[in-house]
Design a protein around this ligand. Structure first.
Ligand SMILES: *Cc1c(COP(=O)(O)O)cnc(C)c1O
Length: 384
């Protein structure tokens, strides 16, 4: 196909052509690519659960019982007893009446938003929200108003000018900056202006809050009215998206969310793995989370002392700004030579000029892993 030659060449010239790296190993803290071993700082497996023996065991047992594929969508014969068990388990974990599982977090966002709002309504969205929120909002045909990052004053200004049903959406933890949304102020505004509130807790669950329940626990917020979206693919080490909230919400989404209705359900074995993962996060992740935050603190303080601009990171996601694309790629390649896998993040994922190396720290890293990053970057700064 010659149609794409021009665009591909342009991407290449602008150093924006992205390529896939294929892992020859599991995705734990140490990975193999092209026969080389790297320390992996690009995984969102925050608690190191993706290889947990009990999760694997649960999946294997379910594979034996149910086979691989689920065969159809949820409204046909693709709903299995494990799906119900998982939804009850998520609701219990989140402290809500109900929950609904989607194939991915991406499909949760692109399903929920167009179901909840439409033509004549308004979506109010943080400028750094995840791409799946952006896409869901576009699909909805509602008016989209973007408020400045974490800026509740701007949000209020826009709320005053909004018409129709209003839906405020924010990530709890921003996936490229690692900062946390001012949820208290946002909850206040949602009540004041009678707006629906939806939070995307993809990087919050398992990470934030004393017991790992996520963004709301972090701020001590209790509310049955918030639409709580999340994913099982990050701290839970599994796969699949979900929403937690009222029974009315889930009953409605079963009937209206197109990504739920028109997509094959997650295989029951994956579902059983998810249930086990939530059990582990809920009942025995305290020490893992402690290790995660200790590791995070070590890298965070180390990078600060090296004078890196790490934006407002407050979580295990720690970016270092590298400026333009060429610089970011140079730093990424340098780290790769040091056997550290932390690729450069460039447009369109982040704005032009705000390219960065994004480190995500996990409980599976050792202090040696983190110190290797700090030593390597220190040498880079010293020009060696
Ligand atoms: C990863 C992510 C998603 C998508 O979840 P998947 O399960 O990977 O599809 C949605 N929102 C945010 C903020 C994310 O970081």
């Amino acid at each position: 196909m010659k149609e794409f030659d021009g665009e591909l060449r342009k991407l290449k010239e602008e150093e924006q052509l992205r390529k896939l790296a294929y892992l020859e190993s599991s995705s734990y803290a140490k990975i193999f690519i092209n026969g080389q071993r790297y320390i992996n700082f690009s995984s969102n497996d925050y608690l190191g659960l993706s290889g947990h023996p009990k999760i694997i065991q649960a999946a294997v047992a379910a594979f034996r019982k149910y086979g691989f594929g689920s065969g159809s969508s949820r409204l046909l014969s693709g709903s299995y007893v494990p799906h119900k068990k998982l939804e009850d388990r998520i609701a219990k974990f989140k402290g809500t009446r109900a929950a609904l599982v989607f194939s991915t977090g991406y499909s949760a966002n692109t399903g929920i938003i167009p179901a909840v709002v439409g033509t004549g309504d308004t979506v109010l969205s943080d400028e750094l929200n995840h791409a799946s929120i952006v896409d869901g909002a576009r699909l909805s045909r509602a008016k989209i108003r973007i408020y400045r990052h974490c800026n509740t004053n701007h949000l209020e200004e826009l709320l005053k000018k909004s018409s129709g049903r209003k839906l405020i959406i924010t990530d709890t933890v921003f996936s490229m900056d690692g900062d946390i949304a001012p949820l208290k102020g946002i909850v206040f505004l949602s009540k004041k202006y009678d707006a629906l509130l939806m939070i995307d807790d993809a990087h919050g669950a398992g990470v934030l809050g004393r017991t790992g329940r996520g963004g709301l626990e972090h701020f001590g917020i209790k509310s049955d009215d918030i639409i709580q979206m999340g994913t099982l693919s990050k701290a839970f080490g599994c796969f699949g998206g979900f929403v937690a909230g009222s029974r009315n919400l889930t009953d409605f989404l079963i009937n209206r969310a197109r990504s739920f209705i028109y997509s094959t359900s997650i295989p029951p074995a994956m579902v059983e793995a998810c249930i086990k993962a939530i059990d582990i996060v809920d009942l025995s992740s305290h020490n893992m989370r402690k290790r995660l935050w200790k590791n995070r603190q070590r890298l965070y303080l180390g990078l600060k002392s090296l004078d890196y601009d790490i934006l407002n990171s407050e979580t295990p996601i720690i970016p270092i700004l590298a400026g333009n694309v060429v610089n970011a790629i140079k730093t990424g390649n340098y780290l790769r030579r040091k056997r550290i896998f932390a690729p450069a993040i460039r447009p369109p994922t982040v704005p032009e000029g705000k390219c960065r190396i994004r480190f995500s720290v996990t409980a599976a890293h050792t202090y040696e892993d983190i110190d290797l990053v700090l030593e390597s970057l220190s040498k880079l700064k010293g020009g060696k």
